[in-house]
Design a protein around this ligand. Structure first.
Ligand code: GDP
Ligand code: CA
Length: 323
């Protein structure tokens, strides 16, 4: 399945969880590892059972190490559930599922954080241990917490909205608590500065990419770079997750056009799925940027490399045309 990397050029990916992880996995098949840096959302991070849990960082790492659960979009493949079964027997909270192997990650991460290590240093070390040669960086080492403002329950911490309430509450808006005081993690700004292209993965714009962009310094670093985003919305729907529902509840018709508008100040190019070919000329005219129409459906697994290749080649062409 692995192809020999043949493309070259420093590439940065902005990523949430599953959509970002799958896209990054595809790029990892094409680029030499030293050319690929993945900057990951930390807005979903939270404490549970006293443990520090980073859902997006973990799924990106598990996916790049080929250890991820094949369908779920979170957690490890071949996981066991003894700890969770005991929590349940003891009438503890079971709304957030943590497998035994996954728990090991959170235990060791929490232990190191309490010893004073930074999240980015811990992630770098974990990647080495998991055999991941690419660089995976949390966007910041400071706490940034996505709060979902809901009609029914008021402000909800992201995981409560997402897992406990199963994305059912009506969204009124978002707040990235702590973002104003956050600094980009070491390596984040240099990686963007050195990048030939910056690719915004087909991740949730509201709760995966916006919290990355909310960290002061990130938008400034992206200005003038060749930034290309891939729409996570295909035919008005999400492949997985609540992005389309969020658009609707925020009073916006969910579509690739809505996503392009969402990122409009940042983009040098945009990628829509074949099913949204009709929107390409509208986006092209309205935003004045080139639009690539391609198959962006990243299943089955080997197709991720195909998607990554078309997006990367498109972005690379733009970088060469408008240096
Ligand atoms: P989360 O943090 O796990 O919710 O993951 P992300 O925000 O990274 O990804 C969720 C988004 O990925 C959803 O909006 C999906 O529509 C999108 N997504 C997932 N798989 C695919 C795919 O194969 N193609 C495209 N274009 N988008 C996808
Ligand atoms: Ca996430």
């Amino acid at each position: 399945m692995d192809t020999v990397p043949r493309l070259r050029g420093k590439t940065v990916v902005l990523s949430g969880g599953v959509g970002g992880a799958r896209f990054a996995w595809g790029l990892a098949r094409l680029l030499p590892p030293e050319d690929l840096t993945i900057i990951v959302n930390v807005g979903d991070d939270f404490r549970h059972f006293g443990l520090y849990i980073c859902p997006d960082l973990d799924i990106v790492c598990y996916t790049l190490a080929d250890m991820e659960h094949p369908e779920q979009g979170w957690g490890l493949a071949d996981e066991t559930w003894h700890a969770m079964a005991m929590v349940e027997r003891l009438h503890g909270p079971t709304w957030f599922r943590l497998g035994d192997g996954d728990l090991g990650t959170h235990l060791e991460r929490t232990r190191r954080l309490e010893q004073g290590h930074s999240l980015s240093a811990i992630t770098e070390d974990f990647c080495r241990a998991w055999g991941i040669p690419q660089r995976i960086l949390p966007v910041t080492n400071d706490p940034v917490r996505t709060v979902v403002l809901t009609r029914e329950y008021g402000p909800l911490p992201f995981q409560e909205y997402f897992v406990k309430y199963r994305t059912q509450p009506t969204v009124r808006g978002f707040h990235f608590r702590g973002a104003e005081q956050a600094y980009p993690a070491p390596g984040v700004i240099p990686a963007i500065n050195e990048a030939l292209v910056v690719l915004i993965a087909p991740s949730n714009p509201w709760v995966s990419i916006d919290p990355i962009l909310a960290v002061p310094g990130i938008r400034e670093a992206l200005a003038g770079k060749t930034v290309v985003a891939v729409s996570p919305i295909i035919g008005g729907q999400t492949v997985k997750g609540p992005a389309a529902k969020m658009y609707r509840e925020m009073g916006i018709e969910p579509s690739a056009l809505a996503v392009a508008r969402h990122y409009r100040d940042l983009l040098q190019g945009f990628v829509v799925d074949l099913r949204d070919a009709a929107l390409a000329s509208v986006i092209q005219q309205e935003l004045g940027i080139p639009v690539l129409i391609t198959d962006t459906w990243m299943q089955p697994k080997p197709k991720r490399a195909q998607v990554a290749r078309s997006v990367w080649e498109f972005a690379h062409t733009l970088a060469r045309t408008y240096p």
